[in-house]
Design a protein around this ligand. Sequence first.
Ligand SMILES: Cc1cc2nc3c(=O)[nH]c(=O)nc-3n(C[C@H](O)[C@H](O)[C@H](O)COP(=O)(O)OP(=O)(O)OC[C@H]3O[C@@H](n4cnc5c(N)ncnc54)[C@H](O)[C@@H]3O)c2cc1C
Length: 219
Amino acid sequence: MDILVSGAGIAGLACALELGTRGHAVTVVESAPHLRTAGTPIDIRGDAIGIAEKMGLLASIEARRIRMSEQTQFVDSSGEPVAALPVTEIGDSDDDIELLREDLLHILAGAVPDSVTVRFGDSIRALSEDGAAQLSSGHTGHYDVVIGADGQHSAVRRMVFGPDSRYTKHLGVYFALARTPVRRTPWGPMRSTTFPTEWQACSTMGAKPSSSFNSVPSL
Ligand SMILES: Cc1cc2nc3c(=O)[nH]c(=O)nc-3n(C[C@H](O)[C@H](O)[C@H](O)COP(=O)(O)OP(=O)(O)OC[C@H]3O[C@@H](n4cnc5c(N)ncnc54)[C@H](O)[C@@H]3O)c2cc1C
């Protein structure tokens, strides 16, 4: 079959790998000019571990394992630890594998067979019911299957099923990530940041307001 996948993220590359390996002609369009490698560590856990094994990726994933959560602790203003991250409560099991999102993307991209074409800087402009697709680059094609793997605000879903507002609901949760400078401490080099007093995380994690959050850089 001729298959068009929108998005070269984790889902898109996993589809391309599995379908390409089974002999299908797969084209992936990714709107960014390169793999979007930003991100923090993510976990392979539960069913995903067995799936990674079936895909032949488990050894590569284990080789890139990091132990960021175990190395994270809350400290007071003098640097004394006041709480650790409850790793056993965060994870599903001891088998969970934590690795950088970037590494997982590269593992998937490296395993995609030659029969898969990835078109960076391109996206689907128009789709019709009979599988005809027009790309923003002007390229046209006819596909047996079109897969929308273009993230939470999928353009393919919008084109086929209507506006995002029908399918997404804000859960009232905000999440922010930032890179912080490495500083020397008695426990070795650490990345550190201080939570503002109003951050819910401080009280839910049992740390005092204005406590710091330290993590040993393993990257
Ligand atoms: C830059 C980035 C950083 C992330 N960091 C983390 C993290 O640190 N921790 C974590 O747990 N999760 C992170 N996520 C989310 C996590 O990757 C996804 O929730 C999950 O893996 C689902 O992956 P996905 O392939 O469905 O979607 P995504 O990972 O969101 O990938 C979607 C891909 O589709 C591309 N795309 C979007 N619109 C179009 C379009 N119109 N045409 C073509 N391509 C399009 C995007 O550029 C992206 O490459 C991140 C996602 C992104 C994009």
